[in-house]
Design a protein around this ligand. Structure first.
Ligand SMILES: [Zn+2]
Length: 136
């Protein structure tokens, strides 16, 4: 489900950048001090969608957090979604897992596995740190 929708978005917007897709969909992305453990969360109040991201996030975690919350916007409209936190990243909650999967496929973008390429090598080639491979 997440895989299919992320592919559609990439085609529609001509980019796999979660921040560009958010801005083209009029979704505000706010960078805030959310402390040490919270990566981000999504709100939609009076039909105004906002992605809140911790500005302390470094490297891959930052686009991943934006993409994860973007996933909630498209996959779980009207659902009150939990905060994304470092210690619940591997939560078995269904909507969290779906948002993580969406994020991963969005960030992989147009990359395709080569013949005989292992999943591990393919994902590293896409710039996905090992910790996140489980969502593929
Ligand atoms: Zn979430």
């Amino acid at each position: 489900m997440g895989k299919h929708i992320s592919r559609e978005l990439i085609q529609t917007h001509g980019t796999n950048s979660p921040t560009r897709i958010a801005s083209e969909r009029n979704i505000t992305v706010l960078y805030e001090d959310l402390g040490k453990n919270t990566w981000g969360y999504y709100t939609c109040i009076r039909r105004i969608p906002v992605i809140h991201v911790n500005y302390h996030l470094q490297g891959f975690r930052r686009p991943f957090a934006v993409a994860h919350e973007l996933g909630h916007h498209f996959l779980h409209p009207g659902v009150n979604t939990p905060f994304l936190r470092g210690n619940t990243l591997f939560s078995i909650e269904k909507i969290e897992w779906e948002a993580n999967q969406f994020a991963l496929y969005l960030l992989i973008g147009d990359f395709q596995p080569e013949r005989d390429e292992t999943r591990h090598n393919f994902l590293l080639r896409c710039g996905i740190p090992e910790q996140f491979h489980v969502f593929y």
